[in-house]
Design a protein around this ligand. Structure first.
Ligand SMILES: NC(=O)c1ccc[n+]([C@@H]2O[C@H](COP(=O)([O-])OP(=O)(O)OC[C@H]3O[C@@H](n4cnc5c(N)ncnc54)[C@H](O)[C@@H]3O)[C@@H](O)[C@H]2O)c1
Ligand SMILES: O=C(O)C[C@H](O)C(=O)O
Length: 369
Protein backbone atom coordinates (compact mmCIF):
# COMPACT_ATOMS: atom_id res chain seq x y z
CA UNK A 1 0.00 0.00 0.00
CA UNK A 2 2.74 2.40 1.04
CA UNK A 3 4.79 1.43 -2.00
CA UNK A 4 1.86 2.27 -4.30
CA UNK A 5 1.42 5.62 -2.70
CA UNK A 6 5.14 6.37 -3.13
CA UNK A 7 4.94 5.35 -6.74
CA UNK A 8 1.91 7.56 -7.24
CA UNK A 9 3.73 10.50 -5.71
CA UNK A 10 6.77 9.91 -7.84
CA UNK A 11 4.66 9.76 -10.99
CA UNK A 12 2.83 12.90 -9.98
CA UNK A 13 6.11 14.67 -9.27
CA UNK A 14 7.47 13.54 -12.60
CA UNK A 15 4.77 15.56 -14.29
CA UNK A 16 6.62 18.64 -13.09
CA UNK A 17 4.95 20.24 -10.10
CA UNK A 18 7.42 22.92 -8.98
CA UNK A 19 7.00 26.45 -10.29
CA UNK A 20 9.70 27.44 -12.72
CA UNK A 21 10.82 27.29 -16.31
CA UNK A 22 11.05 24.37 -18.70
CA UNK A 23 14.51 24.02 -20.17
CA UNK A 24 15.84 21.65 -22.85
CA UNK A 25 19.50 20.89 -23.47
CA UNK A 26 20.26 19.56 -26.97
CA UNK A 27 23.58 17.71 -26.98
CA UNK A 28 23.12 16.90 -23.30
CA UNK A 29 25.38 13.83 -23.25
CA UNK A 30 28.46 15.68 -24.51
CA UNK A 31 31.47 17.27 -22.85
CA UNK A 32 29.57 20.53 -22.26
CA UNK A 33 26.13 18.94 -22.10
CA UNK A 34 26.74 16.76 -19.04
CA UNK A 35 28.11 19.38 -16.61
CA UNK A 36 25.61 21.86 -18.04
CA UNK A 37 22.77 19.44 -17.31
CA UNK A 38 24.08 18.95 -13.78
CA UNK A 39 24.30 22.68 -13.11
CA UNK A 40 20.86 23.37 -14.60
CA UNK A 41 19.41 20.64 -12.35
CA UNK A 42 20.68 22.71 -9.41
CA UNK A 43 19.18 25.96 -10.73
CA UNK A 44 16.11 26.86 -8.66
CA UNK A 45 14.49 28.64 -11.62
CA UNK A 46 14.18 25.36 -13.53
CA UNK A 47 11.17 23.12 -12.91
CA UNK A 48 11.55 20.72 -15.85
CA UNK A 49 14.81 19.75 -17.54
CA UNK A 50 14.74 17.84 -20.82
CA UNK A 51 18.01 16.17 -21.89
CA UNK A 52 18.24 15.35 -25.60
CA UNK A 53 21.11 13.79 -27.53
CA UNK A 54 21.65 11.24 -30.26
CA UNK A 55 23.60 9.04 -27.79
CA UNK A 56 23.72 8.14 -24.09
CA UNK A 57 20.86 10.23 -22.71
CA UNK A 58 19.29 7.35 -20.74
CA UNK A 59 22.42 7.02 -18.60
CA UNK A 60 22.99 10.75 -18.16
CA UNK A 61 19.32 11.27 -17.31
CA UNK A 62 19.24 8.42 -14.77
CA UNK A 63 22.37 9.78 -13.14
CA UNK A 64 21.28 13.43 -12.93
CA UNK A 65 17.72 12.60 -11.94
CA UNK A 66 18.99 11.26 -8.59
CA UNK A 67 20.13 14.72 -7.51
CA UNK A 68 17.83 15.97 -4.76
CA UNK A 69 17.03 19.34 -6.34
CA UNK A 70 13.69 20.66 -7.58
CA UNK A 71 13.84 20.18 -11.34
CA UNK A 72 12.25 17.08 -12.86
CA UNK A 73 14.57 15.51 -15.43
CA UNK A 74 13.50 13.60 -18.53
CA UNK A 75 15.71 12.06 -21.19
CA UNK A 76 15.15 11.88 -24.96
CA UNK A 77 17.25 9.83 -27.36
CA UNK A 78 17.60 10.33 -31.10
CA UNK A 79 15.72 12.20 -33.78
CA UNK A 80 12.34 10.43 -33.26
CA UNK A 81 12.23 11.87 -29.72
CA UNK A 82 13.30 15.41 -30.62
CA UNK A 83 9.78 16.80 -30.83
CA UNK A 84 8.82 15.45 -27.41
CA UNK A 85 12.03 16.89 -26.00
CA UNK A 86 11.14 20.36 -27.30
CA UNK A 87 7.41 20.64 -26.81
CA UNK A 88 6.49 23.28 -24.22
CA UNK A 89 10.04 24.50 -23.55
CA UNK A 90 10.72 28.08 -22.43
CA UNK A 91 14.49 27.94 -23.00
CA UNK A 92 16.50 25.69 -25.32
CA UNK A 93 20.27 25.48 -24.85
CA UNK A 94 22.24 23.97 -27.76
CA UNK A 95 25.74 22.59 -27.20
CA UNK A 96 25.25 19.85 -29.85
CA UNK A 97 28.01 19.42 -32.39
CA UNK A 98 31.65 18.50 -32.85
CA UNK A 99 34.45 20.34 -31.01
CA UNK A 100 37.87 21.42 -32.34
CA UNK A 101 41.10 19.45 -32.25
CA UNK A 102 44.53 21.13 -32.21
CA UNK A 103 45.31 22.84 -35.51
CA UNK A 104 41.65 23.41 -36.39
CA UNK A 105 39.81 26.71 -36.49
CA UNK A 106 36.18 26.96 -35.44
CA UNK A 107 35.33 27.34 -39.14
CA UNK A 108 36.51 23.79 -39.71
CA UNK A 109 33.47 22.65 -37.69
CA UNK A 110 31.07 24.47 -39.98
CA UNK A 111 30.12 21.66 -42.35
CA UNK A 112 29.06 19.23 -39.62
CA UNK A 113 27.67 21.64 -37.05
CA UNK A 114 25.65 23.75 -39.52
CA UNK A 115 23.60 20.67 -40.42
CA UNK A 116 23.11 19.69 -36.78
CA UNK A 117 22.00 23.19 -35.78
CA UNK A 118 19.67 23.43 -38.76
CA UNK A 119 17.87 20.19 -37.87
CA UNK A 120 17.55 21.14 -34.21
CA UNK A 121 16.24 24.61 -35.05
CA UNK A 122 13.64 23.14 -37.40
CA UNK A 123 12.42 21.18 -34.38
CA UNK A 124 12.34 24.31 -32.24
CA UNK A 125 10.40 26.21 -34.91
CA UNK A 126 7.82 23.42 -34.95
CA UNK A 127 7.51 22.51 -31.27
CA UNK A 128 8.43 25.56 -29.17
CA UNK A 129 8.54 28.57 -31.52
CA UNK A 130 8.38 31.05 -28.64
CA UNK A 131 11.30 29.57 -26.72
CA UNK A 132 14.46 31.56 -26.09
CA UNK A 133 17.41 29.82 -27.77
CA UNK A 134 20.97 29.87 -26.35
CA UNK A 135 23.25 28.68 -29.16
CA UNK A 136 26.66 27.37 -28.10
CA UNK A 137 27.64 25.17 -31.07
CA UNK A 138 30.56 26.53 -33.09
CA UNK A 139 31.28 28.44 -35.16
CA UNK A 140 28.88 30.72 -33.29
CA UNK A 141 29.54 33.51 -35.81
CA UNK A 142 27.87 31.29 -38.42
CA UNK A 143 25.53 28.98 -36.51
CA UNK A 144 23.50 31.93 -35.19
CA UNK A 145 22.83 33.33 -38.70
CA UNK A 146 21.94 29.79 -39.82
CA UNK A 147 19.45 29.42 -36.98
CA UNK A 148 17.98 32.81 -37.93
CA UNK A 149 17.48 31.60 -41.53
CA UNK A 150 15.75 28.42 -40.34
CA UNK A 151 13.38 30.41 -38.13
CA UNK A 152 12.72 32.95 -40.89
CA UNK A 153 11.83 30.15 -43.30
CA UNK A 154 9.46 28.68 -40.71
CA UNK A 155 7.92 32.11 -40.06
CA UNK A 156 8.85 31.99 -36.36
CA UNK A 157 11.93 34.24 -36.25
CA UNK A 158 12.11 36.57 -33.28
CA UNK A 159 15.59 38.12 -33.27
CA UNK A 160 15.25 38.96 -29.57
CA UNK A 161 15.02 35.26 -28.71
CA UNK A 162 18.01 33.95 -30.62
CA UNK A 163 21.17 34.43 -28.58
CA UNK A 164 24.65 33.21 -29.48
CA UNK A 165 26.50 32.36 -26.28
CA UNK A 166 29.73 34.37 -25.98
CA UNK A 167 29.69 34.31 -22.18
CA UNK A 168 32.86 32.22 -22.02
CA UNK A 169 34.78 35.12 -23.55
CA UNK A 170 33.49 37.35 -20.75
CA UNK A 171 34.24 34.73 -18.09
CA UNK A 172 37.80 34.38 -19.40
CA UNK A 173 38.25 38.14 -19.67
CA UNK A 174 37.10 38.61 -16.07
CA UNK A 175 39.52 35.91 -14.91
CA UNK A 176 42.58 37.11 -16.84
CA UNK A 177 41.99 40.79 -16.02
CA UNK A 178 41.51 39.95 -12.32
CA UNK A 179 44.84 38.08 -12.38
CA UNK A 180 46.63 41.12 -13.78
CA UNK A 181 44.94 43.53 -11.36
CA UNK A 182 45.26 41.24 -8.35
CA UNK A 183 41.48 41.28 -7.78
CA UNK A 184 38.81 38.66 -7.13
CA UNK A 185 37.38 37.77 -10.60
CA UNK A 186 33.87 38.03 -9.16
CA UNK A 187 34.45 41.76 -8.67
CA UNK A 188 35.53 42.32 -12.29
CA UNK A 189 33.29 42.99 -15.29
CA UNK A 190 34.82 43.12 -18.78
CA UNK A 191 32.53 43.74 -21.76
CA UNK A 192 33.55 41.55 -24.70
CA UNK A 193 31.96 42.45 -28.04
CA UNK A 194 32.16 41.39 -31.70
CA UNK A 195 32.06 37.68 -32.42
CA UNK A 196 33.37 34.39 -31.08
CA UNK A 197 36.53 33.54 -33.04
CA UNK A 198 40.08 34.92 -32.96
CA UNK A 199 40.26 38.61 -33.76
CA UNK A 200 36.48 38.96 -33.89
CA UNK A 201 36.59 38.65 -30.07
CA UNK A 202 37.04 42.23 -28.88
CA UNK A 203 37.49 42.80 -25.14
CA UNK A 204 36.83 46.42 -24.20
CA UNK A 205 39.54 46.84 -21.59
CA UNK A 206 38.93 50.58 -21.45
CA UNK A 207 35.45 49.83 -20.03
CA UNK A 208 36.46 47.38 -17.30
CA UNK A 209 34.66 47.69 -13.99
CA UNK A 210 36.00 48.66 -11.50
CA UNK A 211 37.65 51.46 -13.52
CA UNK A 212 41.36 50.74 -14.01
CA UNK A 213 44.15 51.29 -16.48
CA UNK A 214 46.61 48.97 -18.22
CA UNK A 215 50.02 49.46 -19.75
CA UNK A 216 50.24 48.82 -23.49
CA UNK A 217 52.04 45.57 -22.71
CA UNK A 218 49.24 44.44 -20.38
CA UNK A 219 46.61 45.45 -22.94
CA UNK A 220 48.28 43.41 -25.68
CA UNK A 221 48.82 40.41 -23.39
CA UNK A 222 45.21 40.44 -22.18
CA UNK A 223 43.66 40.97 -25.60
CA UNK A 224 45.74 38.20 -27.09
CA UNK A 225 44.98 35.77 -24.25
CA UNK A 226 41.22 36.47 -24.28
CA UNK A 227 41.05 36.08 -28.07
CA UNK A 228 42.92 32.78 -27.85
CA UNK A 229 41.46 31.31 -24.67
CA UNK A 230 39.66 28.63 -26.68
CA UNK A 231 42.82 27.60 -28.50
CA UNK A 232 44.74 27.52 -25.21
CA UNK A 233 42.30 24.87 -23.93
CA UNK A 234 42.17 22.94 -27.23
CA UNK A 235 45.96 22.66 -27.21
CA UNK A 236 46.13 21.69 -23.53
CA UNK A 237 43.53 18.96 -24.10
CA UNK A 238 45.72 17.70 -26.97
CA UNK A 239 43.03 16.11 -29.11
CA UNK A 240 40.47 15.40 -26.38
CA UNK A 241 38.22 18.32 -27.34
CA UNK A 242 37.78 21.95 -26.36
CA UNK A 243 36.55 23.83 -23.30
CA UNK A 244 33.72 21.94 -21.62
CA UNK A 245 33.74 22.68 -17.88
CA UNK A 246 34.34 26.43 -18.07
CA UNK A 247 31.84 26.49 -20.96
CA UNK A 248 29.20 24.69 -18.92
CA UNK A 249 29.79 27.22 -16.13
CA UNK A 250 29.49 30.12 -18.60
CA UNK A 251 26.41 28.60 -20.26
CA UNK A 252 24.65 28.26 -16.90
CA UNK A 253 25.59 31.79 -15.94
CA UNK A 254 24.06 33.00 -19.20
CA UNK A 255 21.00 30.72 -19.06
CA UNK A 256 20.33 31.85 -15.49
CA UNK A 257 20.41 35.48 -16.69
CA UNK A 258 17.95 34.60 -19.49
CA UNK A 259 15.61 32.92 -16.98
CA UNK A 260 15.79 35.87 -14.60
CA UNK A 261 14.90 38.10 -17.56
CA UNK A 262 11.99 35.83 -18.49
CA UNK A 263 10.81 36.02 -14.87
CA UNK A 264 10.68 39.79 -15.20
CA UNK A 265 13.73 40.76 -13.12
CA UNK A 266 14.96 44.28 -13.89
CA UNK A 267 18.46 45.22 -14.99
CA UNK A 268 19.69 41.83 -16.24
CA UNK A 269 22.52 42.71 -18.62
CA UNK A 270 24.99 40.29 -20.27
CA UNK A 271 26.97 40.11 -23.51
CA UNK A 272 25.50 37.96 -26.30
CA UNK A 273 25.85 37.51 -30.07
CA UNK A 274 22.57 38.78 -31.50
CA UNK A 275 20.95 40.34 -34.57
CA UNK A 276 22.07 43.90 -34.15
CA UNK A 277 22.09 47.40 -35.54
CA UNK A 278 24.88 48.57 -33.29
CA UNK A 279 27.35 48.25 -36.20
CA UNK A 280 26.91 47.64 -39.93
CA UNK A 281 27.22 43.91 -39.29
CA UNK A 282 23.91 42.03 -39.10
CA UNK A 283 24.97 40.00 -36.04
CA UNK A 284 27.24 41.30 -33.33
CA UNK A 285 27.98 40.53 -29.70
CA UNK A 286 27.46 43.35 -27.27
CA UNK A 287 25.77 44.01 -23.97
CA UNK A 288 22.06 43.23 -24.06
CA UNK A 289 19.31 43.68 -21.51
CA UNK A 290 17.47 40.42 -20.99
CA UNK A 291 13.75 40.55 -20.26
CA UNK A 292 10.49 38.68 -20.75
CA UNK A 293 10.90 38.95 -24.54
CA UNK A 294 14.58 37.94 -24.64
CA UNK A 295 17.20 40.52 -25.64
CA UNK A 296 14.90 43.51 -25.22
CA UNK A 297 17.58 46.17 -25.53
CA UNK A 298 20.95 46.10 -27.26
CA UNK A 299 23.47 48.58 -25.93
CA UNK A 300 25.83 50.71 -28.01
CA UNK A 301 29.52 49.90 -27.69
CA UNK A 302 30.37 53.06 -25.80
CA UNK A 303 33.62 54.97 -26.30
CA UNK A 304 36.51 52.90 -27.70
CA UNK A 305 40.11 53.96 -27.20
CA UNK A 306 42.54 54.10 -30.12
CA UNK A 307 43.72 50.52 -29.68
CA UNK A 308 40.16 49.17 -29.52
CA UNK A 309 39.13 51.25 -32.55
CA UNK A 310 41.94 49.62 -34.52
CA UNK A 311 40.86 46.16 -33.41
CA UNK A 312 37.24 46.99 -34.19
CA UNK A 313 38.26 47.97 -37.67
CA UNK A 314 40.13 44.70 -38.11
CA UNK A 315 37.21 42.71 -36.72
CA UNK A 316 34.88 44.43 -39.16
CA UNK A 317 37.01 43.30 -42.06
CA UNK A 318 37.23 39.76 -40.83
CA UNK A 319 33.46 39.54 -40.75
CA UNK A 320 33.20 40.43 -44.42
CA UNK A 321 33.48 36.85 -45.62
CA UNK A 322 31.01 35.77 -43.02
CA UNK A 323 28.03 37.51 -44.53
CA UNK A 324 27.42 34.74 -47.03
CA UNK A 325 26.91 34.98 -50.75
CA UNK A 326 23.41 36.34 -50.36
CA UNK A 327 22.15 39.36 -52.26
CA UNK A 328 22.47 41.22 -49.01
CA UNK A 329 26.14 40.31 -48.83
CA UNK A 330 26.85 41.28 -52.42
CA UNK A 331 25.27 44.70 -52.03
CA UNK A 332 26.88 45.15 -48.62
CA UNK A 333 30.27 44.32 -50.08
CA UNK A 334 29.74 46.71 -52.96
CA UNK A 335 28.78 49.53 -50.68
CA UNK A 336 31.39 48.90 -48.02
CA UNK A 337 34.08 46.78 -49.61
CA UNK A 338 36.21 49.60 -50.96
CA UNK A 339 36.15 51.50 -47.73
CA UNK A 340 36.94 48.35 -45.78
CA UNK A 341 39.93 47.51 -47.95
CA UNK A 342 41.34 50.93 -47.12
CA UNK A 343 40.62 50.37 -43.46
CA UNK A 344 42.27 46.98 -43.54
CA UNK A 345 45.44 48.49 -44.95
CA UNK A 346 45.40 51.14 -42.28
CA UNK A 347 44.80 48.54 -39.57
CA UNK A 348 47.53 46.29 -40.86
CA UNK A 349 49.98 49.14 -40.95
CA UNK A 350 49.03 50.07 -37.45
CA UNK A 351 49.07 46.60 -35.96
CA UNK A 352 51.57 44.74 -38.08
CA UNK A 353 53.96 44.32 -35.16
CA UNK A 354 51.34 42.63 -33.05
CA UNK A 355 50.71 38.94 -33.18
CA UNK A 356 47.01 39.17 -34.12
CA UNK A 357 47.56 38.36 -37.75
CA UNK A 358 49.11 35.02 -37.05
CA UNK A 359 46.20 33.93 -34.88
CA UNK A 360 43.29 31.70 -35.68
CA UNK A 361 41.52 32.63 -38.88
CA UNK A 362 38.35 34.38 -37.81
CA UNK A 363 36.54 34.36 -41.14
CA UNK A 364 33.74 31.86 -40.86
CA UNK A 365 31.94 31.14 -44.07
CA UNK A 366 28.19 31.04 -44.08
CA UNK A 367 26.43 29.03 -46.73
CA UNK A 368 22.70 29.15 -47.18
CA UNK A 369 20.95 26.53 -45.14
N1 LIG B 1 30.18 29.11 -27.67
C1 LIG B 1 31.26 28.77 -27.00
O1 LIG B 1 31.88 29.60 -26.31
C2 LIG B 1 31.73 27.35 -27.01
C3 LIG B 1 32.65 26.90 -26.04
C4 LIG B 1 33.07 25.58 -26.05
C5 LIG B 1 32.59 24.71 -27.06
N2 LIG B 1 31.72 25.19 -27.98
C6 LIG B 1 31.18 24.29 -29.01
O2 LIG B 1 30.18 23.45 -28.43
C7 LIG B 1 30.04 22.27 -29.22
C8 LIG B 1 30.01 21.03 -28.34
O3 LIG B 1 31.23 20.86 -27.68
P1 LIG B 1 31.47 19.59 -26.72
O4 LIG B 1 32.84 19.71 -26.19
O5 LIG B 1 30.34 19.44 -25.78
O6 LIG B 1 31.44 18.40 -27.79
P2 LIG B 1 31.13 16.84 -27.50
O7 LIG B 1 31.50 16.09 -28.74
O8 LIG B 1 31.73 16.42 -26.23
O9 LIG B 1 29.56 16.81 -27.32
C9 LIG B 1 28.68 17.14 -28.36
C10 LIG B 1 27.42 16.34 -28.16
O10 LIG B 1 26.54 16.69 -29.23
C11 LIG B 1 25.87 15.50 -29.58
N3 LIG B 1 25.27 15.60 -30.90
C12 LIG B 1 25.85 15.44 -32.11
N4 LIG B 1 24.93 15.56 -33.08
C13 LIG B 1 23.75 15.81 -32.47
C14 LIG B 1 22.45 16.02 -32.93
N5 LIG B 1 22.15 16.00 -34.22
N6 LIG B 1 21.48 16.25 -32.02
C15 LIG B 1 21.78 16.28 -30.70
N7 LIG B 1 22.99 16.07 -30.21
C16 LIG B 1 23.97 15.84 -31.08
C17 LIG B 1 26.92 14.41 -29.48
O11 LIG B 1 26.33 13.12 -29.42
C18 LIG B 1 27.64 14.81 -28.22
O12 LIG B 1 27.08 14.19 -27.09
C19 LIG B 1 31.21 22.32 -30.22
O13 LIG B 1 30.75 22.77 -31.45
C20 LIG B 1 32.16 23.32 -29.60
O14 LIG B 1 33.00 23.92 -30.56
C21 LIG B 1 31.30 26.46 -27.97
O1 LIG C 1 37.77 27.15 -28.89
C1 LIG C 1 36.88 26.35 -29.16
O2 LIG C 1 36.90 25.64 -30.18
C2 LIG C 1 35.73 26.18 -28.21
C3 LIG C 1 35.14 27.47 -27.74
O3 LIG C 1 34.70 28.26 -28.79
C4 LIG C 1 36.03 28.23 -26.81
O4 LIG C 1 36.13 29.44 -26.95
O5 LIG C 1 36.60 27.61 -25.89
Amino acid sequence: MEENSCLRQAKCRAKGGAAGFKVAILGAAGGIGQPLAMLMKINPLVSVLHLYDVVNTPGVTADISHMDTGAVVRGFLGQPQLENALTGMDLVIIPAGVPRKPGMTRDDLFNINAGIVRTLCEGIAKCCPNATVNLISNPVNSTVPIAAEVFKKAGTYDPKKLLGVTMLDVVRANTFVAEVLGLDPRDVDVPVVGGHAGVTILPLLSQVKPPCSFTQEETEYLTNRIQNGGTEVVEAKAGAGSATLSMAYAAVKFADACLRGLRGDAGVVECAFVASQVTELPFFASKVRLGRQGAEEIFQLGPLNEYESGLFCLLHLCFQDWLGESEERVSWKHSKGHLLQQEMKRCQEKFHRLSFFSLESPSPVISKP
